[in-house]
Structures are given as C-alpha cells and as structure tokens.
Design a binder for this molecule. Structure first.
Ligand code: PLP
Length: 376
C-alpha cells in the first residue's frame, strides 16, 4: 500500500485543479530589481570590476585552501580569524569587524538591524542604487538629499534634512558610484556629528581615494565604513565584504545575519588575500594611470567628463542620444553602463577602467560610434 505522504500527489491532480503560486509582497516585487545588463561581449567595462586577475601565487593558495577544506563541517560562525586579520590590516580591534557575502550583504544587515518599518534612511542621489533598493526591501523609508553641481553632498542642505527628518541611517558613498568623486572629510565629519543615527560610508573604491573615513572611526561611534574585496582586490567572484564600526554595530549585524552565512573557503581566501596587499596597491596605481589616459581620450572626443577618484569615469556625449552611443558600443562588442536613468544623470554613461588593450578598444569604438551617429 502506498503511504499517505509517499506519492507525488500534485502529479495526480488534473491541471485545472492545480493551485496557483501565492502572491508575493507587492511593495518589493512591483519594483524594478537592480541589474546591470549582462551581455556577451569581448570588452566588459560595465560593473567596475578589476580587469586583472589576482596574482598567480594567490590563485595557487586558493587551490590549497580548497584541497584542505573541512567540507563536512560548518564554518566558524563568527569568522574570527578573518575578522582578526582584517582588524590587523586596518589597525582596529577584532570586535569592530563584521564580514558578509559582499558589501551588499553588509548593507542589508545594517538595514535589517538599524532600518525597517517606521525607520528612514537618507541617500544623496545620484548614488549607488543598492542603498535605496535594499532600504526598500527592508521596508525602510527612503529620504533623498541634494548634491551640488559637482555631485558632492551639499553639506548645508544635508544638515537641514537631517535636522528635519532625523533619519535612522545616512548613506554616503566615497568615492561615489556612479559619479566618481570622493566626499570631503569635513562633510563626513559634519554629518556624523549631526546625525541622530548611523552614518554609513560605503568605500567600495577606497584605495583610489585620497582619504578614508576609517580615520574618523575613533571619534564617532555612529560611523560605519563598508569595504569590499570585489574591486581593488580583484575578487568579485568571491563575494566578500566587511564593515568597520563600533562593536555595538557589529553585534547588531551579527544578530540579524543568518547563522554560518560565510563559508569556510571564503574566510580563508579573504585572510590569504590580505597578504597580497602590495600587489593590490600596484594594481590600483596601474589603473589610476590608465584612468588618466581614458580621461584624456574622452576629453579629446569633446565629451563632458567628470573627474574620478575611482576605477570608472562618468561622461556625457554632447548633442547625441546616449542610448545610441551605448548600443553602438555594444554592437562593437564593448559593454559600458548606461546611467542615464539615474536622477540628475540624463544622457550620462559610465565606463570602468579596463586593461590598456580594453581601454584602447573602448576609445576607438567610441570615436567610431560618435562619427557614425553624427554622420546620420
Ligand atoms: C559603492 C558600491 N558599494 C557596494 C558595491 C557592491 O559590492 P559587493 O560586490 O561587495 O557586494 C558596489 C558594486 O558595484 C559599489 O559600487
């Protein structure tokens, strides 16, 4: 006899009786998700990754880590060794470090712990879209502040909004994606002093910037600095990010994150990566040099180009439809990011700095496209 639970009962129901899937939360599912199109092309300059892989010796270490993994055991739940290595790297205490699967998960944990229903987060548009996106996913209200003509946060306006709305979380992004400018230290200090809640400085591109908000951690218990291994460390595939903050912030994030969220391989891979700090710095210097060449190339094509403290450049074709430029580049197998839909960035595009060969190919393709579009 067949057991009551033993058969695949759904397959025995007539199709007309099949129960439909239930409705998901419409406040999140009706929103457009965050995505940068993944198109198959030769030259991918759309997601601000590092164009070079990490050093060969490091890749060999990854193979060793995989070989010796206790795959049948859960990982260290606190990621203690990784936390200690990162604390040493930054000269803070291990209790000030919280790691997660990419800085996006760090941001999610911060919003789960400090945002949520009845709470609000302040962002300054245009900025990294995931700050407001994750805020909404966690039912946190989103407030929008002003940037000036050079895309710096307008300090006076920011202090006014903070005084009026008293947000629970303020997001800053330095260097700011997608505009490329670093926030001045004085602005971060003024906002950290005035904010009633958390001030999160997303420093995904920190190693390109002339300064870091880590310098302010000792003075401000409400300051959080978020970092990632995805960009300058050339480890986007690994999905590893972390924050540095007061131990109370770390405790709060630890209490909302899922148990054993950070796998053992990643924990060891992160520790090993830090031993290649010098190689990372050299990569950053090479990219910064290439950035100068790409800026010069874009300026020579008579485009509006904004100065960048990061591994990407914001630019705007003049008197030409940016969508046509973007598509023309895709047709030549070069993918960049169309950011024209961001607030205040009408007609703008963003290109990530690639290898010298990729950058040359991008500039040549762009010259070609602009010639074609102008000729029509
Ligand atoms: C400002 C900023 N923060 C965070 C991230 C996400 O990084 P991760 O790969 O660590 O989730 C990005 C990626 O583009 C970014 O630009």
């Amino acid at each position: 006899m067949q057991s009551r639970y033993g058969s695949d009962r759904s397959s025995t129901l007539p199709a007309s009786d099949r129960r439909p899937a239930p409705f998901a939360r419409q406040d999140v599912t009706l929103r457009e998700g965050y995505h940068s199109p993944q198109v198959e092309v030769d030259v991918r300059l759309n997601t601000n990754e590092c164009p070079e892989p990490p050093p060969e010796e490091y890749l060999a270490e990854l193979a060793e880590i995989a070989r010796h993994l206790d795959a049948n055991r859960y990982p260290d739940r606190q990621a203690s060794a990784l936390g200690t290595a990162l604390a040493d790297h930054h000269g803070v205490s291990p209790g000030q470090v919280f790691c997660a699967n990419g800085s996006n998960e760090v941001l999610q944990c911060l919003l789960l712990a400090f945002g949520g229903a009845g709470r609000a987060a302040l962002v300054f548009e245009p900025t990294y879209a995931l700050h407001s996106h994750i805020a909404r996913l966690t039912a946190t209200d989103v407030l929008t502040g002003e940037r000036d003509d050079r895309f710096a946060v307008d300090e006076d306006r920011a202090l006014e909004v903070i005084a009026e709305h008293r947000p629970d979380v303020v997001f800053l992004c330095s260097p700011n994606n997608p505009t490329g400018n670093s926030e001045p230290r004085a602005t971060v200090e003024a906002i950290a002093r005035a904010a009633p809640g958390l001030v999160v400085v997303d420093e995904a591109y920190a190693q390109f910037s002339p300064w870091s908000a880590t310098e302010l951690l000792e003075s401000f218990g409400n300051l959080v600095v978020v970092r990632t291994f995805s960009k300058t460390w050339a480890l986007a595939a690994l999905r590893l990010g972390y924050l540095l903050a007061d131990p109370k912030v770390v405790e709060a994030c630890s209490s909302v994150v899922l148990p054993y969220h950070l796998d053992s391989f990643k924990q060891e891979a992160g520790i090993a990566a830090l031993r290649y700090d010098q190689a990372m710095r050299e990569r950053v210097a090479r990219l910064a040099e290439e950035r100068g060449r790409v800026v010069a190339g874009l300026s020579a094509l008579l485009l509006d180009v904004w100065p960048s403290d990061a591994n990407f450049i914001l630019f705007r074709p003049r008197d030409v439809d940016s969508q046509r430029v973007w598509q023309g580049l895709v047709d030549r197998s070069v993918l960049i990011r169309d950011v024209s839909g961001f607030p205040k960035l009408e007609g703008c595009l963003r290109v990530t700095i690639g290898t010298p060969e990729e950058n040359t190919r991008f500039l040549e393709a762009l010259g070609d496209v602009l010639g074609e579009v102008a000729g029509h």
